[in-house]
Design a binder for this molecule. Structure first.
Ligand code: 5AD
Ligand code: SF4
Length: 439
């Protein structure tokens, strides 16, 4: 490690899940509040890699990015801080392999300014403590956000699915207090957010001493003036309480979308994964959700090639997909993660078999996603405009069902407008503005 000067500029690169995106934004606000200014990765004095440990490929990216930064030809090598789940899981090991300056875990990033100051004196500054979400109280208030913003309400996981590193990297399930969430939600709305996505590794396990449950929190958020849309992700089937299902029927601002990972369609594999639900109990939950909100868009996560998965067991995943007809899904090849029980299991599936299964699974998902999108053609729905499109005058927004909608309009990013859906593809919709919403 070389002796560093105190950095004046910073760049944050986030990998992985939406919670990392949220954490990255909060780190940027924190560094900004200390007088640092944002810059490109090519010339920033400090680069924070906000990392993901969920699959092997995600972890490898960190090491190659560190290598690239060390030899950038646009400026001298920056001070490098590794944050996020790789920092938590591999701690000082990364510093041994890659000569970096700061290691900061996902529960400790409120200490980033102190760690950066320490590293500027020379040597490695490391903090991977896991105080139960103490960081939120130590972060600056929210000021400027886009029309759709993330809000972490819960972190960590007690479920210990046998393939998953999250319980080790993010710690035990902890809910942020009700009042802190409402305050942050109001601040986000004041800062320009019209849509809030509540985040948690098990967001539907959110609760407080009063037993409010996530549905109670959603009902309270529904009352915030200026907030138009509420979403939440990601959920575990076993925490899908009746109140939350009912909220999908009763709470006007709660969007008709549910991401409910299942991972596999075979009971034997679900048991080996320690998912603690069955194929049937999962399907019955979806029946109840659809009874509450018939137009709901369902999405899920899938892992193919879990150790010991037979062809017949994989077929059960395909038949579950046929039964559900998802509007979207995320699918992954099993990745053996160090320290997890599944990494030690017998029956590792060859990569070629995993590739083939993933392809078949994704073909089934694309089929259903295309059909779901096609079924919205002819409908008129509110669209929240989020970013410019590829063509001049074109903007891209989100439908209530989280589909991307492309349209040409004079409206601005951040506007919520009524759009008639006129065309559909596998990944997006085309629309025409109808009447401007009162919003
Ligand atoms: N291998 C492959 N996929 C995984 N996921 C979590 N751990 C692993 C792993 N070891 C997937 C699950 C989870 C999503 C966030 O990532 O599908 O729901
Ligand atoms: Fe990982 Fe399972 Fe917890 Fe999800 S529920 S974070 S997959 S251990």
């Amino acid at each position: 490690m070389t002796t560093q000067k105190s950095p004046a500029t910073f760049h944050i690169k986030s990998y992985g899940c939406q919670m990392n995106v949220y954490d990255g934004e909060r780190m940027a606000e924190l560094l900004g509040s200390q007088g640092l200014t944002a810059a490109d990765a090519a010339d920033a004095d400090l680069v924070v890699l906000n990392t993901c440990h969920i699959r092997e490929r995600a972890t490898e990216k960190v090491y190659s990015e560190i290598g690239r930064l060390k030899v950038r030809d646009t400026a001298p090598p920056p001070m490098i801080a590794v944050a996020g789940c790789v920092a938590q899981a591999e701690g000082a090991e990364i510093a041994r392999r890659a000569r970096i300056d700061v290691v900061v875990g996902p529960q400790a990033y409120h200490n980033l300014p102190r760690l950066v100051a320490e590293a500027a004196k020379g040597g490695l500054a490391l903090d991977t403590d896991m105080p139960a979400i103490a960081k939120f109280g130590a972060l600056p208030a929210r000021r400027k956000v886009g029309s759709s913003a993330f809000l972490t309400v819960q972190e960590g996981c007690d479920k210990f699915c046998t393939y998953c590193v999250v319980p080790y990297t993010r710690g035990a399930e902890v809910s942020r207090p009700f009042d802190a969430i409402i305050d942050e939600a109001k601040a986000l709305v004041d800062a320009g957010a019209k849509e809030l996505t509540l985040l948690g590794q098990n967001v539907n396990a959110w609760d407080d001493d009063a037993g409010t449950g996530l549905h109670g929190l959603i009902v309270a958020l529904d009352k915030i003036e200026g907030l138009h849309r509420i979403r939440y992700t990601t959920s575990h089937p076993n925490d899908m309480r009746e109140g939350l299902i009912r909220a999908h029927a009763e709470v006007g601002k709660l969007m008709p979308y549910l991401h409910l990972p299942v991972q596999a369609g075979s009971d034997r594999i679900l048991k080996a994964m320690n998912r603690s639900h069955t194929r049937d109990s999962y399907l019955r939950i979806l029946d109840r959700v659809r009874a509450a909100r018939p137009d709901i868009a369902l999405s899920g996560d899938f892992i193919v090639g879990f150790p010991g998965e037979t062809d017949a067991e994989f077929e059960e995943t395909l038949s579950l997909i046929d039964a559900v007809r998802y509007a979207a899904a995320f699918s992954f090849k099993f990745s053996a993660r160090p320290g997890t029980p599944a990494a030690e299991m017998d029956g590792m599936i060859p990569m070629a078999v995993m590739d083939e299964r993933l392809q078949r699974l994704q073909a089934a998902i694309i089929r259903d996603q295309t059909a779901f999108n096609a079924a919205t053609v002819g409908r008129t729905c509110p669209v929240l405009l989020e970013r410019p499109g590829r063509q001049p005058g074109q903007l891209v927004g989100k439908s209530p069902w989280l589909q991307s909608v492309h349209l040409t309009t004079d409206a601005k990013i951040g506007d919520l407008i009524e759009v008639e859906i006129v065309s559909a593809g596998p990944n997006s919709l085309g629309g025409v503005e109808s009447v401007k919403a009162a919003a």
